[in-house]
Design a protein around this ligand. Structure first.
Ligand SMILES: *Cc1c(COP(=O)(O)O)cnc(C)c1O
Length: 377
């Protein structure tokens, strides 16, 4: 089956008891036992398993080309579960220096940072990755590509190979690319993580996370135990909304990418813009690699305006259509001044604005950016 078809059908079927075409929503927390004490449906209690979450997990495993998926209450809950559950030989976790800022905060502000030996490197530099995994027993290499907010592209296959040379697992955060644009299992990944809050849900109205695993993964049992017993599980309604979003993920991603390409090209020509960070532009350092490892360049881009933070905030302040808000992957285009959101530890240049290109007509986004930039400089 093609991915467009999998997105609609995997994990779902016409409901045999009612003929309902869409997946029935089951909020039930508990399921009836037979007189002999067994559970004829296989379901017992909502936290352990339930029909709506199971359908979402089945669909995600199919879409990523994995074997199993474990759904959590958020992307961060999924990431925390991977850090806690990977139970490997080494205590070191190598992360990219440019990555989703929530992971930086998880490391700096919770016990996770004390329990593991985190090292951050520029993952475009394979010598830096090799040095980091070689210097101490390493259990996990965390890959995020394209990265946030510098939109760097990391070579998934080369990084997975370096992780495997030292017996470490390689895990890819595929939130920004989605299984439509990037196939980490084909490139050697041992697990794929998503914040379903973003493109998978696609409408800025749910929060969930998921870890997808290949066949016979040693991670499956620990992740299931964290899900069942630590309890940061995805709620049935969020799973139901995510399944609804999944159906249009392939067509949405094509439209998101097309819009982002047009906006990036328009921004690159604008005299008030100093730089555009987007792998779809031929001059971008990640262009060739993204062309090889992705089937589209994504819809996240950053641009830098002259005049630093004040000028960037002023540009964002003049926008009328593009919404000033955090997050990404929904139908609305969103803009954010990352340096002020992230604070002093930010890697973002002061004049950088990050854009999540939504599904509005690209020309309307370009016109809005144009009017906001035209007063600048
Ligand atoms: C949003 C995001 C996360 C965290 O997901 P939540 O659902 O907000 O917890 C992790 N990684 C990336 C790349 C993200 O964009």
């Amino acid at each position: 089956m093609h991915i467009e078809t999998t997105a609609i059908h995997a994990g779902r079927r016409v409901d045999p008891s009612t003929g309902a075409v869409t997946l029935p929503f089951h909020p039930s927390t508990t399921f009836e036992r037979s007189a002999d004490g067994s559970f004829p449906s296989g379901y017992e209690y909502i936290r352990d398993d339930n029909p709506t979450r199971q359908a979402f997990e089945t669909a995600m495993a199919a879409l990523e080309g994995g074997q199993a998926a474990v759904a959590f209450s958020s992307g961060m809950a999924a990431i925390t579960a991977v850090f806690e559950g990977h139970a490997s030989k080494g205590n070191r976790i190598v992360v990219p220096d440019d990555m989703y800022f929530g992971i930086r905060s998880l490391i700096d502000e919770t016990d996770i940072g004390h329990r593991f030996d985190f090292v951050a490197v520029d993952m475009r530099d394979m010598d830096a990755v090799r040095a980091a995994v070689g210097a101490a027993p390493t259990g996990l290499v965390w890959i995020e590509t394209p990265s946030n907010p510098l939109i760097r592209v990391v070579d998934i296959r080369a990084t997975c190979d370096l992780a495997h040379e030292v017996g470490a697992l390689a895990v890819v955060d595929n939130t920004w690319a989605t299984p439509i644009l990037q196939r980490p299992f084909d490139l050697g990944a041992d697990a794929v993580v998503h914040s379903a809050t973003k493109y998978i849900g696609g409408h800025s109205d749910l929060m969930a996370g998921v870890v997808v695993l290949p066949e016979a993964s040693a991670l499956e049992r620990p992740l299931r135990m964290i899900q069942h017993h630590k309890g940061s599980v995805a709620a049935p309604f969020d799973c139901w909304l995510a399944l609804r979003g999944l159906q249009t993920l392939p067509v949405r991603m094509r439209a998101h990418c097309e819009g982002a390409q047009r906006v990036a090209e328009a921004l690159r020509r604008h005299p008030a813009v100093e730089a555009v960070l987007f792998p779809g532009l031929p001059g971008d350092p990640g262009h060739a690699l993204a062309g090889r490892q992705m089937s589209g360049y994504g819809a996240m881009l950053s641009f830098i305006v002259g005049g630093g933070a004040e000028a960037a905030m002023a540009v964002a302040g003049r926008l009328k259509l593009v919404v000033r808000a955090t997050s990404l992957g929904g139908t609305h285009s969103l803009i954010e001044h990352r340096a002020s959101v992230e604070g002093p530890k930010s890697m973002a240049p002061s004049g950088l604005l990050r854009l999540s290109i939504g599904l509005e007509h690209p020309q309307d986004i370009i016109d809005d950016l144009d009017q906001a930039l035209s007063v600048a400089g």
